[in-house]
Design a protein. Structure first.
Length: 325
């Protein structure tokens, strides 16, 4: 199963039923690569405890191997066996698991997540997704499952099985198709390492909801002058082929338009949410970017998105897509 990637594999499309779930779990237990749905985006899953399986992820994604990966567990109890949870981590897990939150915590003595999945760090990123099919696969796999977004490195995250296939067909063993994902942006990542919870990546759980639980403002990693600890925060991580122009009022000649809210009817346009609903916008973000990018125009102009709730995560992704490269 871990043959070199120069050997093209046949990528199986599995249905989200008992047979598909069983086959996905079997492939994972044998060291294979399976794209599986979560409530945020599709994940490119592999056995997190096996370095060779994890290496397959980096290879298929063409991802720099120093990036640590998120390990997925079926329930909070299984997650707690992998890491050391302080009071903040416990409160956040209690409030948001299962759900689109990832906690970075020190490894426990019984942690089985491979060094490679942790990029050699003494910390581990843990997540319990809120998705019935993901839950069933994780339960059947019976071990932590590493799963970065199921796209090639630097490309737009996959929110449907078709997006996964567009990037990874022939590079992975299977795609478990459960339709489009619900949240549409990745999980919020919070590090609980030294008594001060830090926001490493905005995502599906809004910052205000987290601050409500921990009872104080979230410190942004990087605020205190240190380098970003989540490589996902590298500036040009989410990069379409087209140039991206942000906070636009209208498209210019020859630009594609990514709108938000009512009254945004331009030619060559898609609207993230005609009603101005940020949840709808988040779930449409990567798919719309991808579709506009496929039209082959030089520039995608993007309407202003309010910087509140899920808007913070949307703008974070958009700023990365627009970063010079
Ligand atoms: O919604 C999601 O989180 C999706 C779905 C599939 O679950 N997964 C995802 O994983 O976005 P990935 O690998 O694309 O993002 C992992 C992020 C990276 O920014 C990585 O640097 C950070 O988590 N990370 C992982 N382990 C870390 C650690 N020990 N310390 C700091 N950052 C870590
Ligand atoms: Mg990603």
């Amino acid at each position: 199963m871990n043959q070199p990637l120069s050997v093209t594999r046949r990528t199986k499309l599995l249905a989200a039923n008992a047979d598909g779930i069983a086959e996905a779990a079997e492939l994972l237990r044998a060291g294979g690569l399976v794209a599986m749905p979560t409530e945020t985006v599709y994940g490119l899953a592999a056995d997190a405890t096996e370095g060779t399986a994890v290496a397959g992820i980096y290879a298929a994604k063409e991802r720099p191997s120093f990036n640590p990966l998120i390990s997925h567990l079926p329930d909070p109890a299984a997650a707690r066996r992998q890491g050391l949870f302080d009071a903040n981590a416990l409160a956040l897990a209690q409030a948001f698991w299962p759900g689109p939150l990832t906690l970075v915590v020190p490894v426990s003595s019984g942690c089985t997540v491979s060094e490679l999945a942790r990029a050699g760090l003494g910390t581990v990123a843990l997540r319990v997704p809120a998705h019935a099919i993901a839950h069933a696969v994780l339960e059947a796999a019976g071990r932590p499952i590493a799963a970065p977004s199921a796209n090639r490195s630097g490309r737009i995250s996959a929110t449907s099985a078709a997006h996964v296939m567009a990037d990874l067909d022939g590079r992975i063993d299977a795609v478990l198709d459960a339709g489009p994902t619900e949240v549409g942006v990745e999980s919020t990542i919070v590090a609980c390492l030294d008594g001060t919870p830090r926001l490493l990546r905005p995502g599906g759980v809004p910052r205000a909801a987290i601050e409500h639980v921990i009872g104080r403002p979230l410190v942004l990693a990087g605020d205190a002058g240190h380098a970003p600890i989540a490589p996902g925060m590298l500036t040009s991580h989410y990069a379409p082929a087209a140039r991206v122009r942000l906070d636009a009022d209208a498209p210019e000649q020859g630009e594609a338009w990514l709108g938000f809210g009512p009254g945004q009817d331009f030619p060559t346009a898609l609207n993230l949410s005609p009603t101005g609903d940020l949840r709808e916008a988040a779930s449409n973000l990567f798919g719309h970017m991808r579709r506009l990018d496929e039209m082959g125009l030089r520039t995608i102009a993007v309407a202003r998105i309010p910087e509140q709730g899920l808007g913070e995560a949307i703008n974070d992704r958009l700023r990365r897509a627009a970063a010079p490269r």
